[in-house]
Design a protein around this ligand. Structure first.
Ligand code: GDP
Length: 300
């Protein structure tokens, strides 16, 4: 988490600094408040949250009649934290239960980082002494299964795959069966991210879920979202959230040029907590999302 903080701070401190500079200016008039709201919107916080944050801050500044930078900073921290939902359940549920492996489905548009996230998550679990089976249910691209196999051998988790074009649900079924047979703790299923029609997606992911439930249960459906894609990524995420009951979000590529404010927006839009963040391409570049750390990093 120290590392998370340092990295987030590096890419996103512009938000905190920019806001604090305006707040510290002599005239905190309508223009200044508008500038603050614009800064938040530019940081991908979203229009609704930005206006709520400014409202809250404005009221507090007025009521308390204070302008000391430390106090204003603390108030801003409070407003941001309230928008992030500090009490949401951010645990990634990975089982096992009643002698059966927990199953995590990883969904999202191609290129967002699904396979990488699957590999990194397996790495975390294996590091915790758990046994993990990976399912390469993205059968539309042979390269996806190859990539997952590379991750599997890197982190020490067997990969169940089939030929290109095979039924994704049958791969998921086989992966969970293998997990049950081997007494594995968790099975992580990497799904296809073709954005075809919503009903097509719904059918496909629904079928994967149903077959998993013949053998065990789906504990978490993690939607992977590339933080650098902003509004466009959010639109695509919405399609997935409508197609399958998403229980958590993984926001990837926060190490790049992404604006951290997207976390606030995506949670508000989808009503689902960000559980993990991707901070790079390497096996250890996955971190639990901690709202307090995150807000502190924003304001550093
Ligand atoms: P998929 O098509 O959704 O399975 O996406 P991939 O897992 O193949 O990832 C697409 C690209 O994004 C790859 O080059 C990954 O190395 C890269 N990537 C994934 N997660 C992150 C991250 O958190 N940070 C950075 N910088 N790159 C990432």
């Amino acid at each position: 988490l120290v590392r998370l903080r340092a990295r987030l701070a590096r890419s996103q401190s512009a938000l905190g600094q920019g806001l604090l500079n305006i707040l510290a200016s002599d005239t905190l008039d309508d223009d200044a408040w508008e500038e603050i709201e614009d800064t938040l919107i530019t940081a991908d916080v979203g229009v609704t949250s930005a206006s709520q944050i400014v409202e809250g801050l404005r009221t507090k500044v007025k009521v308390l009649g204070t302008r000391s930078p430390d106090e204003v900073r603390a108030m801003l921290r409070e407003e941001l934290l309230a928008q992030i939902g500090p009490d949401m359940d951010r645990t990634v549920h990975t089982g096992p239960h009643q002698g059966r492996p927990g199953v995590v489905m990883v969904v999202g548009v191609n290129g967002t980082g699904k396979t990488t996230t699957t590999g990194k998550l397996a790495r975390v679990l294996v590091g915790d002494g758990k046994s993990v089976v990976l399912g390469a249910a993205d059968t539309f691209r042979a390269a996806a299964a190859d990539q997952l196999e590379t991750w599997g051998s890197r982190v020490g988790a067997p990969v169940v795959r089939k030929d290109e074009g095979a039924d994704p649900a049958s791969v998921a079924f086989d992966a969970v069966s293998r997990g049950v047979d081997e007494g594995a703790d968790s099975v992580i299923v990497d799904t296809a991210g073709r954005l075809h029609t919503k009903t097509g997606l719904m059918d496909e992911l629904g079928k994967v879920k149903r077959v998993v439930e013949k053998k065990s249960q789906v504990d978490d459906v993690l939607l992977v979202l590339d933080a650098t894609t902003g509004q466009n990524g959010l639109r695509q995420a919405r399609v997935f959230a409508e197609a399958v009951a998403v229980s958590g979000i993984v926001l990837t590529k926060l190490d790049g040029t992404a604006k951290g404010g997207i976390i606030i927006q995506v949670q508000r839009e989808l009503g689902v907590p960000v559980k993990l963040v991707g901070l790079g391409e390497g096996p250890d570049d996955l971190a639990p999302f901690d709202p307090e750390e995150f807000v502190d990093a924003l304001l550093e």
